[in-house]
Design a protein around this ligand. Structure first.
Ligand SMILES: [Zn+2]
Length: 166
């Protein structure tokens, strides 16, 4: 569901340290997730500049929701120009799995084998998830791996047959 603030009349108050929240950018996020407040580990989640994580600001919208508990290290980035999280907070193995396993999926729509929305519908069907649940930012490690496996199989079937038939 689109964040209701996208169609509200009043000026949007950005939570610190965000400089602003763009209504137009909120409209571009079809499945807005709730702002995280408590981590899986029980720690408090805070919105912060990602220089706290990387040592310097990284990217055009350099903010994260991060767990403040010592030694946890779970965080998640934001949709650009919004305060909306890209997914659930993730530790390093989960962040790595999401990044790695998303690549064959992105290739499907970047190679124009399907349109992007069509690819998400297809993937949801393959994984037996609803389209609301079918986002790499929501996946755990096993679901990431399942997604990668079905996308790899799809790509292999397409490119092997096109190599064979020209
Ligand atoms: Zn935590």
């Amino acid at each position: 569901m689109i964040d209701p603030r996208a169609s509200s009349g009043e000026k949007l108050a950005p939570p610190a340290p965000l400089p602003y929240v763009s209504r137009k950018a909120l409209k571009r996020v079809p499945h807005a997730l709730p702002v995280p407040t408590v981590c899986k580990c029980g720690g408090q989640v805070t919105l912060m500049n990602n220089s706290a994580i990387y040592g310097r600001e990284y990217g055009d919208w350099p903010y994260v929701y991060a767990c403040t508990a010592t030694g946890c290290g779970r965080y998640v980035g934001l949709h650009p120009d919004t305060d909306l999280p890209l997914g659930t907070l993730a530790d390093k193995p989960l962040r790595d799995a999401r990044n790695r396993c998303k690549k064959p999926f992105e290739r499907i729509w970047r190679d124009k084998l399907m349109k992007r929305t069509q690819a998400y519908t297809w993937l949801a069907d393959q994984l037996q998830l609803s389209t609301d649940e079918c986002h790499f930012g929501l996946f755990d490690v096993p679901t990431c791996e399942r997604a990668k496996a079905v996308c790899d199989a799809y790509l292999e079937a397409i490119y092997t047959s096109s190599a064979r038939f020209g």
